[in-house]
Design a protein around this ligand. Structure first.
Ligand code: PLP
Length: 255
């Protein structure tokens, strides 16, 4: 049994964060350990509040899980505060377990999931430690400081982000304004392109979480980064197509 340690926010409505990470990894047959960094108050319509946990409690959860055995990969999602960013960076500096870092800055409906004053610390201390960094266009834009709205700008952004230290950068093109979407993967030498269709009228919750969990799961089970990217993209598209309207708002993924 391959095992993944997910570090992220708790969404009681099950559309995003740890709940959807748990569903994704379970469905892929990888065991998910889930360390909570925050409790979010949300439903299928919006996020209304966020209570980040103290970093001491996050670290105690991580240490206790890791005392119990090895994990094959780590996924970092929502962190909430600068203190939590620095604590997780310090923890990652002490281990060589491969890790996917998803820059979770804000919910689709604009509610901040990382305090805006923590973004410089994220960029300086956490981002360089990624095996794979998985920004969407808005997150890439926030990190590089220029607009990222085309395939060529995605490549430039991937190069700029790679210079900061991560082994691989995956810029996700799901928010491009046309129908031919592409994700761009870069390792400092080669670009890999993963074109995919747009699934129209499907504003599914938590798709970033689903993608980065699936990617981490496929890495944990021994796939290369390009293989894991392809498989995670296929899995995410399937989840978007089969998502259900559980509440009154956006559809969410289910089995
Ligand atoms: N809640 C948590 C805990 C998350 O980690 C995320 C995204 O990563 C969201 C909410 C936002 O989900 P969405 O982008 O679907 O609004």
């Amino acid at each position: 049994m391959h095992k993944v340690l997910v570090i992220g926010g708790f969404d009681p409505s099950g559309g995003a964060g740890l709940q959807i990470d748990l569903l994704t990894l379970t469905e892929l047959g990888v065991f998910p350990f889930t360390v909570a960094t925050a409790v979010t108050i949300q439903n299928s319509k919006n996020v209304s509040d966020v209570y980040a946990l103290p970093s001491k409690i996050i670290l105690e959860q991580i240490q206790t899980i890791l005392q119990d055995g090895r994990v094959d990969a780590i996924k970092i999602g929502m962190l909430g505060t600068e203190k939590n960013v620095l604590t997780i960076a310090d923890f990652l500096n002490k281990t060589n377990i491969k890790r996917v870092i998803d820059p979770v800055f804000q919910a689709s409906k604009d509610f901040p999931l990382l305090s805006p004053d923590a973004i410089p610390a994220f960029k300086e201390h956490l981002l360089p430690l990624a095996t794979v960094l998985t920004p969407n266009l808005m997150e890439a834009q926030k990190l590089v400081g220029f607009a990222v709205r085309s395939k060529s700008r995605m490549k430039t952004a991937a190069q700029a982000l790679h210079k900061l230290g991560p082994k691989w950068v995956l810029v996700k093109g799901g928010h491009l304004a046309h129908d031919k979407l592409t994700d761009i993967l870069y390792n400092g030498k080669d670009f890999f392109e993963f074109p995919h269709e747009r699934v129209r009228a499907r504003d599914v919750r938590g798709t970033g979480c689903i993608f980065s969990s699936a990617l981490t799961g496929f890495l944990a089970s021994g796939h290369s980064v390009p293989e894991a990217t392809q498989l995670a993209q296929e899995y995410t598209l399937k989840k978007i197509k089969t998502a259900l309207k559980i509440g009154k708002g956006r559809p969410q993924a289910w089995l």
